[in-house]
Design a protein. Structure first.
Length: 167
């Protein structure tokens, strides 16, 4: 059974469709289904066949779904799940007190992002890869750096950034 047949079998299964149908908001389900299909079809055929033969395809697919909908660095989250803020007369008149809190938060985020360039070059590149790919397994897949090593480096770097930004 090839990659296309494996993905087709998964997508026609009741379990997969039940899983997708539990996701909210419901108007994004088709987009989520398409993103999962794209990721699975872009996965190396040999790897996907091994996962399928090992019985781990359901778990692998659920992890993809969870990463897409929960990780704030995933492209799906950025495009579809982020809340859109409407600018109203209340904002313009300055009546909304959350504006100041958000400005402070955005300032902290800007400082944190600028601190990435002040890290040791390797640590900075690892954080940039994490921002790009959104998870440690994808970093491992694209760089051949073990995900545990990536995890430790990134966590250490994020702690360093927090200490510099928050004092």
């Amino acid at each position: 059974m090839g990659k296309n047949e494996i993905v087709e079998q998964l997508f026609t299964s009741k379990e997969f469709n039940d899983c997708i149908n539990k996701m909210e908001p419901d108007h994004l389900r088709d987009d989520l289904r398409a993103e999962v299909a794209l990721i699975l079809l872009e996965t190396d055929e040999k790897k996907l066949i091994e996962i399928h033969q090992g019985g781990g395809l359901r778990f692998y697919t659920v992890r993809i779904i969870m990463n897409l909908i929960q990780s704030k660095t995933s492209l799906f989250y950025k495009l579809y799940r982020q809340q859109v803020v409407e600018i109203t007369d209340k904002y313009i008149a300055g009546e909304d007190q959350d504006f100041e809190a958000r400005a402070v938060k955005e300032d902290l985020e800007d400082k944190a992002i600028s601190e990435i360039d002040n890290l040791y070059w390797y640590n900075g590149e690892m954080v940039k890869l994490y921002l790009k790919y959104g998870n440690y397994r994808a970093i491992e897949e694209n760089t051949r750096i073990p995900y545990t090593s990536a995890y430790k480096t990134i966590q250490k770097s994020l702690t360093e950034i927090k200490q510099k930004v928050l004092g």
